[in-house]
Design a protein around this ligand. Structure first.
Ligand code: SF4
Length: 269
């Protein structure tokens, strides 16, 4: 008689707060559950994200599998003839997030834990592979953002350091970034901003791509004073409306207001 294969339990960490809080939550609720943690590495994450992942591993005593580690963004960009990904052409999530996950699972039966909160109206990435069953523990248990913040604080892991100026995990050049976050990338990581500019410009045949709609990063940066002033005004207004909010909550809300696009369902959890 052939032995029935074990069902695998998998949790994708994005380097963001919600998936981290889910790892903390599950470890506490189901200490004996053998969870395989993974991170789909584009090789273009912020240094703060890599530091955060190390902090999670150390605090929770877990091992994170880095998927797609041999093929990062530059490999796939070359295969796409230099076409930068964009909200309308998101080859980056397919090649660097979804495919590595599906290869990791193969044909095994797996339960995939997804960190969508009870106060969110989005679905997250649900694999179309029938052997990967998505579950939403925060929804089932009714956990909202305040609960997530508490889990992070109580665990000693806290928020990722980039949270001072950016509210989402993902590549340093992610096109879902808001204008203020681009300005802050230039301030916090001038080398990475310069690299993002290089990706826009580096096309020998004269093609022109921009990460943000309607302007190049250098054009955006030339408007930085205006962008910062607008951001500070929005922060002040938000702080006045709800006096008891933490700065990170205010930043989160203000950046959300600037958003024209929904966040990436695969990368920003
Ligand atoms: S973080 Fe942004 S750029 Fe990176 S893979 Fe996700 S959607 Fe693409």
């Amino acid at each position: 008689m052939t032995e029935k294969k074990k069902i695998r339990h998998i949790l994708g960490l994005s380097g963001g707060k919600d998936s981290t809080a889910l790892a903390i939550f599950l470890k506490d609720k189901y200490p004996n559950l053998e969870i395989e943690y993974f991170f789909c590495d584009t090789h273009k994450e912020l240094p703060e994200t890599y530091d955060y992942l190390k902090r999670i591993e150390a605090r929770l005593g877990i091992k994170i599998n880095y998927l797609g580690a041999t093929k990062g963004f530059d490999y796939w960009l070359a295969l796409h003839s230099g076409y930068l990904p964009s909200p309308k052409s998101r080859w980056c999530t397919i090649k660097m997030k979804i495919q590595p996950l599906e290869e990791f699972v193969g044909d095994d039966e797996a339960v995939s834990y997804i960190a969508i909160r009870a106060d969110e109206n989005r679905e997250g990435y649900i694999s179309t592979k029938p052997n990967i069953k998505p579950v939403f523990p925060f929804r089932e248990w009714g956990l909202v953002k305040a609960d997530i913040m508490k889990l992070l604080e109580d665990s000693g892991i806290g928020l990722p350091d980039y949270y001072r100026w950016r509210s989402r995990s993902g590549c340093f050049f992610c096109f879902f970034q808001r204008k203020y976050e681009w300005v802050m990338l230039a301030k916090e990581h001038p080398d990475l901003f310069a690299k993002a500019v290089e990706y826009e410009q580096n096309h020998e045949d004269g093609r022109r791509y921009t990460w943000t709609e309607g302007e190049t990063l250098l054009e955006l940066l030339s408007r930085k004073d205006e962008i910062i002033v607008r951001h500070h005004k929005a922060m002040e207004k938000e702080q006045k409306s709800y006096a008891n909010q933490s700065l990170s909550e205010v930043l989160d809300k203000v950046l959300d207001q600037e958003d024209e696009e929904s966040p990436c369902l695969v990368c920003h959890l």
